[in-house]
Design a protein around this ligand. Structure first.
Ligand code: TYM
Length: 330
């Protein structure tokens, strides 16, 4: 049988999962899980690049695993694990950091944004974050990285680092490709549709575990424009276009079908309809996630066996890398 291609992706447990991370990432992970050999990670080491409350980080890491499974990721098919359980991530990151230019890291948009937001705490970790992300991906000889639009630049840097290393030491790493979904790659804030929906903006952000009333409230208050037509036009109607995108991603309908459905109807009908579609989307996910959270022993068995399997793969790559750079074998 032909070997399946490999996927790696991850989400930071730095906040609760959002509708953006569901539509930009997890939904596609679920769709790809049968055709690829997949590793889905909870990247807790990335999360500490900005200050976290330890108890919250620990709780959210577990909740995130429960939510991954509740979204439809099958723990029998995929390797699901917590980044800090596989020490090779940090070890490879050190080596790769020695093959990454200061200038390359300075150009990363996420670094520029986050260092503005956390101006009193611009750490070396925040700066070298993309190197750790490159290590995550390259450790597993990953072919495809399904992420939202905002992570494309990091995956491209990862390719550059891999290419450079391969050029110096001969073929070592598979060059990964980003997979950016055609629909939902950049879900915008409901309160400010010109910026990305992000967990640091709770009012414009819908969380996967928000209560139905809360979801409806957020959609009813979503910013639109002073026209009445429900039409997709990203330039001139960013709010409505974002709501249409969310509606399509939640229901599986095409953009044309959605526009037709709401033709001649005002925003007063459209906005609650999007809210209801999202409530229906998350209802079964929430029920399953709450059920799984009660079964700590089950979650523990998933992340422990996940880490074991991931580590076996990671060790192979790291051994190769250590040998190539000239470290004495232990
Ligand atoms: P993170 O934790 O910020 O986001 C997780 C995933 O969700 C996507 N996403 C969105 N997609 C569409 N619209 C949005 N509003 C939205 N917000 C978030 C992100 O693009 C991402 O795919 N650096 C990564 C985590 C990471 C990683 C990796 C990813 C660490 N190592 C290796 C892939 C491979 C991050 O901060 O994602």
């Amino acid at each position: 049988m032909e070997q399946k291609k490999r996927i790696f992706s991850g989400i930071q447990p730095s906040g609760d999962l959002t509708l953006g991370s569901y539509m930009g990432a997890i939904k596609n992970w679920v769709a790809l899980q049968d055709d690829y050999d997949c590793l889905y990670c909870i990247v807790d080491m990335h999360a500490i690049t900005v200050r976290q409350v330890p108890a919250d980080l620990r709780r959210r890491s577990l909740e995130q695993l429960a939510q991954y499974i509740a979204c439809g990721l099958d723990p029998e098919k995929n390797i699901m694990f917590i980044q800090s359980h596989v020490a090779e991530h940090a070890e490879l990151a050190w080596v790769l950091g020695c093959y990454t230019q200061f200038g390359e890291l300075s150009r990363m948009t996420q670094f520029k944004d986050k260092s503005q937001k956390h101006a009193d705490n611009i750490t070396a970790g925040l700066f070298t974050y993309p190197v750790l992300m490159a290590a995550d991906i390259l450790l597993y000889q990953t072919d495809l990285v399904p992420v939202g639009q905002d992570q494309k630049q990091h995956v491209e840097l990862c390719r550059d680092i891999a290419n450079r290393f391969n050029g110096v030491y001969s073929e070592t790493f598979t060059l990964p490709e980003p997979f950016i979904p055609p629909m939902g790659a950049k879900i915008m804030s409901l309160g400010a549709p010109e910026s990305k929906m992000s967990k640091s903006d709770p009012d414009g952000c819908v969380f996967l575990m928000d209560r139905p009333e809360e979801i409806m409230r957020k959609f009813k208050r979503a910013i639109t424009d002073c026209e009445t037509a429900v039409k997709y036009d990203r330039e001139n109607k960013p709010g409505v276009s974002n709501l249409l995108t969310i509606y399509c991603a939640a229901t599986g309908k095409t953009m044309e079908a959605a526009e037709q459905e709401f033709a001649g109807q005002g925003y007063g009908v459209f906005k609650p309809a999007v809210g209801e579609a999202v409530v229906e989307l998350v209802r079964p996910i929430q029920e399953e996630a709450l059920r799984l959270m009660k079964d700590k022993a089950y979650l523990e068995s998933i992340y422990q066996s996940g880490a074991q399997k991931a580590q076996a793969l990671a060790q192979k790559t790291l051994r190769k890398v250590y040998k190539k750079v000239g470290f004495v074998a232990r």
